[in-house]
Design a protein around this ligand. Sequence first.
Ligand SMILES: Cc1cc2nc3c(=O)[nH]c(=O)nc-3n(C[C@H](O)[C@H](O)[C@H](O)COP(=O)(O)OP(=O)(O)OC[C@H]3O[C@@H](n4cnc5c(N)ncnc54)[C@H](O)[C@@H]3O)c2cc1C
Length: 505
Amino acid sequence: MSDLFNKLEKIVSDKYISNDIYVRHAYSRNVDIVLQGVPDIVIRPKDAQEISEILKIANDENITVIPRGAGICEFGGSKPIGDTGIVLDMKRMNNILNLDEENLIVTVEAGISWGKVNEYLCHFGLYTGCMGPGSGMSASIGGGISHHSVGGGGCAKYGACTNQLTSLEVVLPTGEIIETGSQANKYSKVPFNRFGNGPDLAGLFCGDNGIFGVKTKISLQVFPKPEFAEYKTFQLPRKEREVSAKILNEIRHRGIDVYDAMYIMDLIVRLTTQERLMPMWNQLKKKRGVIFYTIEANTEVELDEKVKLLDKIMLDNKTECLGSEISDGNIAKWHYTEQGHWQFYHNLWGIFPTMQPLTAECFCPINIYPKIMNDIDQWDMEHDEDMRKIFDIAGSRPIAGSGPILLIDGNNVEITCGFTSFSSYVDGKIHDFIDNLNLSLWKSLLERVTKQGVQWYMMGEFMSRLMVDIGAYSEEFYTLMKSIKKTIDPNMILSRGKFNFWGDK
Ligand SMILES: Cc1cc2nc3c(=O)[nH]c(=O)nc-3n(C[C@H](O)[C@H](O)[C@H](O)COP(=O)(O)OP(=O)(O)OC[C@H]3O[C@@H](n4cnc5c(N)ncnc54)[C@H](O)[C@@H]3O)c2cc1C
């Protein structure tokens, strides 16, 4: 191992490599509490050339390399599977390389955050359309593209962040550096379009969860931010799941280009208010679920027309409009004008001390999410006995449920769903059984949701292997994915273990 360390150190210098135990442990986890893998080495390259050299050495030494952006994958995607490997920390590559204002394209290094890019763009009256994931203040653009990330912040209008991609520079697992889309033509000076010059090879790396290559340079379309916007929040009547789905469906069927539309279930409204995380809802008499919309326009007249259409849909469905100010409960205003879309989910992570969400994010058509939410409640009841074992130690009972439901492009939504549990460390003691139970409950819930036909986009260690374990992939799809992996990564260097290509269940 020291020979390998010396070879890698020559590439990046001693300042950007470490095998210290505390550094390795700092890179051994993502945001969940149950998956860990301690790397042998952590390295922080500065450019594609260094990454190419690192990958060539990793091939010679037959050691896995795991790309890591901000490391906030919810499924253990940016740490090793097992105690092994080299973690490639991309956060040093955090520069804006070019803003082509005329062609509306920004080109960045893959380790930069969504927050930093959008902070820069706002000085030009521009934004990235989809503002990336809810973790976008720190999450990297490379991580987002590797996950197909989508969060509140323009996802109803612009869809997942991969929709805005025009070109990628990728270091292949064997060290070659390629560019995709318009840049496949070596005479092209502007990374202006993703499709053409042959098949959409960028698509191979979108949502690949870091298995096909290391993204180093990313070009995205950017958009002028419209001058006018309106944002309103409504309380839902009874049967809120079904009513909210009806409203989202009607918005799509009327062809209204909402910027965001989101349903937040009653449980979240109740808990976040109770724990003083959402003071804006304190004064609500009934802690029912809410739904909000944000709409943008280039003129006041255009805005008024769209608002009328949206309000009619809302009021025809017996919702009650909350006041216009954030203090009236208007989360839509906070979400849009104060970048609440990058703060909201962080609240969900800290509702109670030691609480740990074991979550998942997936896409599904609007018309099936009420059924999925009801089935999650049913699952919760069926697992009451196990939940109570955790309650006996932690003093609170875990709950399964769903986070916000976001309208995304098409007639689809993104659901955050899962099970919020507690860590095994309670009152100075470690109760190992809690970790094991958390893991098996998480697996059982996600298997159940998968069987509702949802589409996972962030897969990491956990979901990529679960899909294989429960036989959810069609045989033909899985075989093709595996043969592509073998072709471009013959030694299976990159993110070894994901998707369980080696059958080592
Ligand atoms: C509070 C909170 C809110 C969140 N909200 C959302 C949300 O709304 N929507 C959403 O989609 N996700 C959300 N997430 C999950 C996650 O933060 C995002 O998916 C995010 O895009 C991950 O970015 P990252 O830089 O942390 O990537 P990482 O976790 O570091 O990596 C993600 C995956 O991409 C690979 N990878 C990273 N960089 C590269 C690269 N340059 N080249 C190749 N592979 C790479 C990694 O190996 C890993 O498999 C949330 C997480 C938290 C904690």
